[in-house]
Design a binder for this molecule. Structure first.
Ligand code: NI
Length: 388
C-alpha cells in the first residue's frame, strides 16, 4: 500500500511550500502550524508547543502498550538561496539547504500511510522538532519530558544524503555522525616593545607553538584507527607592527566519533595549553564547550532499519559499510536517551552543487514515497501485530 497520486501531489506541494517559506531555529511557527493541521487532518492526537515550535502527533493501534518515536527536523539555515525554480525561498537570508523541508514532508507522508492502515500494535509518536542545526531542539524537547510523557522506548531518525544514489540507504552500526565541540584558548602574557621582547612575555609565539602542538593530539594521542579532527579556525592577536601584544586568542572545533575520544581530546588539550603557557611564561584559559554528542546507532536497531529499508528498495540499495560523517546531528541526544537508529537516504548525485548546506541544494521529491514506505514498514516491523 502506497501513497495515492493525489496524496503524493499534496505532499509534494506541501514540501515545496515549506521550501519557499523557510524558518530558522525556534521560529518554525508557520511550519509547525502546517504540520499540526496535517496531523489533525489524519485524525492523530496532536500536541504543540514542545520547545516552543515542536509538534508531536500520536497514533495508537492495538493494546501492546509499546511506544516508539519517528522524528523529523523542521528548521532552515541562514543563507541566501541561489536556485531559480518556482519554489525557491521567498525569504532573504533563509533557506532549506539541508532538506529538513523534505524530512518533514516524508514523515507526514509516513503518518498518512500509517493512519490509513494502522497495521501495527502499539503507539507511534511522530516528532517534528525545531532547531536541529545549531540550537539542539532535540535536547530541549527531551528536557521537557517528551520521552517519558509518551513512554517512548525506541527512536528513529533519517537524513537525506546528497552523493548517495537516489533512494539508496546507508545504515551504520555504531557511529553515524561525529560529536562536535568548540574551544577558545586565551593566552595572557605581558606586552612589550617589539624591539625589546625580553621585557615582556610573547603570547603570539606561544599561540603559534600551541597551534602546532594541538595537532599532535590527533597525530600522536588518538588511536590511528579511531577518528578525530581538531581544527584551529581562529587566531587573533595584536594590532600594531611594533608592539608585542598582551594576549592572543585562538579557537576552533573538535570532532570525534565516541564520547571516550571526545574526553581524551579535551584532556590532552588542557595539558598542552597548561604546558605551553608555562613554558612560555604565560597564563592560559581554555574554554571547552561540548556541543552535539556523536550520533551512535544501536547495533540491533541498525539491523532492523536496514531490513526495513531493504523491504522498500532491495538489499542491493542498502549500504552498511559506509564511513561515518564528521558532520554532526542533534538526533544524537535522542540516541543517548533511548536505543534507536539514524539512517541516510540518498538524495542522488550532487550535480550542480546540490549538497547539504549549499545555496544550490534542493531536496529530491522522488524520495517522498520512499521515505513514507520506509517509515510505515519500520513502524510495522518494530511494533508487530500478534499473529492470529
Ligand atoms: Ni540536516
Amino acid at each position: 500500500m502506497s501513497l495515492s497520486s493525489s496524496e503524493l501531489e499534496s505532499l509534494t506541494a506541501l514540501r515545496r511550500d515549506l521550501h519557499a517559506h523557510p524558518e530558522l531555529a525556534f521560529e518554525e511557527h508557520r511550519t509547525s502550524q502546517r504540520v499540526a493541521s496535517w496531523l489533525a487532518g489524519l485524525g492523530l492526537e496532536v500536541s504543540t508547543g514542545w520547545a516552543d515550535t515542536g509538534v508531536v502527533g500520536v497514533l495508537s493501534a492495538g493494546d501492546s502498550g509499546r511506544c516508539i518515536a519517528l522524528r523529523a527536523d523542521m528548521d532552515a539555515l541562514p543563507l541566501d538561496e541561489l536556485n531559480h525554480f518556482p519554489h525557491r525561498s521567498r525569504l532573504p537570508g533563509k533557506m532549506h539547504a539541508c532538506g529538513h523541508d523534505g524530512h518533514t514532508a516524508m514523515l507526514l507522508a509516513g503518518a498518512t500511510l500509517l493512519a490509513r492502515n494502522p497495521a501495527f500494535d502499539g503507539t507511534v509518536v511522530f516528532i517534528f522538532q525545531p532547531a536541529e542545526e545549531t540550537e539542539g531542539g532535540a535536547r530541549a524537547m527531551i528536557e521537557q519530558g517528551l520521552l517519558e510523557r509518551y513512554g517512548i522506548t525506541r527512536v528513529y531518525g533519517l537524513h537525506n544524503w546528497p552523493g548517495l544514489p537516489l533512494g539508496h540507504f546507508a545504515v551504520h552500526s555504531g557511529a553515524a555522525m561525529a560529536g562536535t565541540d568548540q574551544f577558545r584558548v586565551l593566552l595572557k602574557g605581558r606586552a612589550a616593545h617589539a624591539a625589546m621582547p625580553h621585557q615582556g612575555s610573547d603570547p603570539v609565539l606561544a599561540a603559534c607553538a600551541l597551534v602546532q602542538a594541538l595537532q599532535s593530539i590527533v597525530a600522536r594521542r588518538i588511536d590511528p584507527l579511531d577518528a578525530a579532527v581538531l581544527s584551529v579556525t581562529r587566531l587573533h592577536a595584536g594590532s600594531a607592527y611594533n608592539v608585542i601584544p598582551e594576549q592572543a586568542e585562538l579557537g576552533g572545533t573538535v570532532r570525534t566519533l565516541s564520547p571516550a575520544t571526545q574526553d581524551q581530546v579535551h584532556r590532552a588539550m588542557e595539558a598542552l595549553c597548561r604546558g605551553t603557557a608555562q613554558g612560555y611564561g604565560l597564563e592560559v584559559e581554555l574554554e571547552y564547550r561540548a556541543g552535539y554528542p556523536p550520533t551512535i546507532n544501536d547495533g540491533a536497531e541498525a539491523e532492523r532499519c536496514a531490513a526495513a529499508a531493504a523491504r522498500v528498495v532491495g538489499w542491493e540499495r542498502v549500504h552498511s559499510n559506509l564511513p561515518p560523517s564528521m558532520g554532526a546531528e542533534d538526533f544524537a541526544y535522542f540516541l543517548q536517551a533511548r536505543p534507536g537508529c539514524y539512517v541516510w537516504l540518498g538524495n542522488g548525485e550532487a550535480e550542480g552543487d546540490c549538497r547539504l548546506h549549499n545555496p544550490r541544494y534542493d531536496f529530491n521529491d522522488a524520495l517522498l514515497p520512499i521515505g513514507a514506505a520506509y517509515w510505515r514498514g519500520l513502524a510495522a516491523a518494530v511494533l508487530p501485530q500478534a499473529r492470529s
